[in-house]
Design a protein around this ligand. Structure first.
Ligand code: SF4
Length: 425
């Protein structure tokens, strides 16, 4: 295995580590797959579109879609994070780029229109500060020498100081420091080298305070990522921390990555987390962030053990636990009340309120045109003009039945979902 401080000490840098550029790129691009916070729009990274796996389709913060160049500066690391393929004790190929090389490689792809932006991260080779300085140097080359004005997501390494944070914020479109676990106790199970308060939350606070002082700074905001299911945490732990990060740190996004065991890691005995667990966390996050549900309201979706229901989406569970709120009169309900109906998302709720200014909703066909998932919504809504058949679908008897089946953990059957993408809930 390479010495961790090799990049700091070797006069010729990485060229002697792995002389073939393509091999290095493959190694570092593969290592970068484990971080989803550069992209995704609430989903896991999509399949790479290039055999070398360093270009990812990504949903950008403004709602657009772009191809991002995603690679590590190095996968050499002094830390022992048990969920990470780059942890120091693993016998894997190690590689590194010089900032100059990585910047040039990105610009070649950018000029060929193969990528529109870059997600830049790294293992910690030597110290966090020296590695962060190399990451910053890479972005400075892009911004100053190549005049690249596009999207740069720059990872902040845990433990970097205020100077590094400020310089990174002045250069990047988005910054992120991964929190990994919801409490210090959970993080200690995953990594002996990371400190939740000084190493992770403090840089986050520094970014937030810089943003408050200079509102245009880091225009795509600050994000973070949890590893799900590695530290014995429950969904309540993660959602409590997520709510606090949005409320106290004004984070733009929180990402979730289901834990996958790594051969040779000290956590290899811990089983892989269900992708459905990750998916339900994204849906709960969607309710917090997009639907503006309160943290307390989202907590209604948790069971007694503090976990989200894997079979049913959290919005349905929340509705089923508050039967006194339904059925909602589709022609009288406020926007917020409509948003709490399963099958009605923000677009449909807005369209319903707009249509009502002209005429009432009187048919299922109208609801379908307004983008309501009517099969999911029918048990929870009422409108004048319902046919007898539609009336049978709505109101108390069916809803009570759904509620009891939900409580017993059986499948509702009518709510059809796929485990990718969040969509309207
Ligand atoms: S600091 Fe931890 S998570 Fe980051 S590259 Fe090193 S081992 Fe992996």
């Amino acid at each position: 295995m390479l010495p961790a401080n090799l990049l700091d000490s070797h006069p010729n840098g990485c060229a002697t580590i792995m002389p073939v550029m393509d091999d290095r790129l493959k190694t570092l691009a593969a290592a970068a797959q484990f971080d989803v916070c550069g992209c995704g729009g609430g989903m896991r990274p999509r399949a790479a579109i290039d055999p070398t796996r360093f270009i990812h389709k990504a949903a950008l913060p403004d709602g657009g879609c772009a191809s991002l160049f995603k690679a590590l500066l190095t996968n050499v690391c002094v830390n022992d994070c048990a969920y990470c393929i780059n942890q120091k004790s693993l016998d894997i190929p190690r590689a590194a780029f010089q900032p100059e090389e990585l910047a040039r490689m990105f610009m070649e792809l950018y000029q060929k229109r193969m990528v529109q932006g870059i997600f830049l991260s790294s293992g910690i080779a030597g110290s966090a500060v020296s590695t962060q300085t190399r990451l910053i140097e890479t972005v400075e080359i892009l911004r100053r020498r190549y005049k690249f004005g596009g999207y740069v997501h720059l990872k902040l390494l845990p433990g970097v100081g205020a100077d590094c944070v400020e310089t990174a914020c002045r250069l990047a479109s988005r910054v992120s420091v991964n929190i990994e676990a919801p409490t210090a106790r959970h993080l200690a199970r995953l990594s002996s080298g990371k400190n939740l308060y000084e190493g992770i939350l403090e840089p986050m606070r520094q970014v937030q305070s810089l943003q408050l002082r200079s509102p245009g700074l880091v225009p795509s905001g600050q994000t973070t990522q949890f590893v799900v299911g590695a530290a014995g945490e429950c969904d309540r732990d993660i959602l409590d921390a997520t709510g606090a990060l949005y409320h106290d740190m004004h984070l733009r996004r929180v990402y979730f990555s289901a834990y996958k065991p790594i051969d040779g890691s000290r956590l290899s005995g811990v089983g892989a987390a269900s992708p459905w667990r990750e998916h339900r966390l994204y849906q709960a996050d969607w309710l917090l962030r997009i639907y503006r549900f309160s943290h307390g309201e989202v907590s209604l979706a948790l069971d007694d053990g503090g976990y989200l229901n894997l079979k049913h989406n959290p919005k349905l569970v929340i509705a089923a636990r508050q039967p006194w709120l339904y059925p909602v009169d589709i022609n009288r309900a406020s926007y917020e009340e409509l948003l709490r109906v399963p099958g009605i998302g923000p677009t449909a709720a807005r369209r319903i309120t707009q249509m009502r200014q002209i005429h009432d909703v009187t048919s299922v066909e109208q609801l379908q045109k307004l983008r309501v998932r009517w099969r999911a919504a029918m048990p929870f809504i009422w409108f004048r003009g319902m046919s007898d058949g539609e009336k049978q679908l709505c109101m108390a008897p069916l809803f009570a039945d759904e509620f009891s089946r939900l409580e017993s953990g059986s499948t509702l059957g009518r709510v059809v979902e796929r485990p990718s993408g969040v969509g309207a809930l």
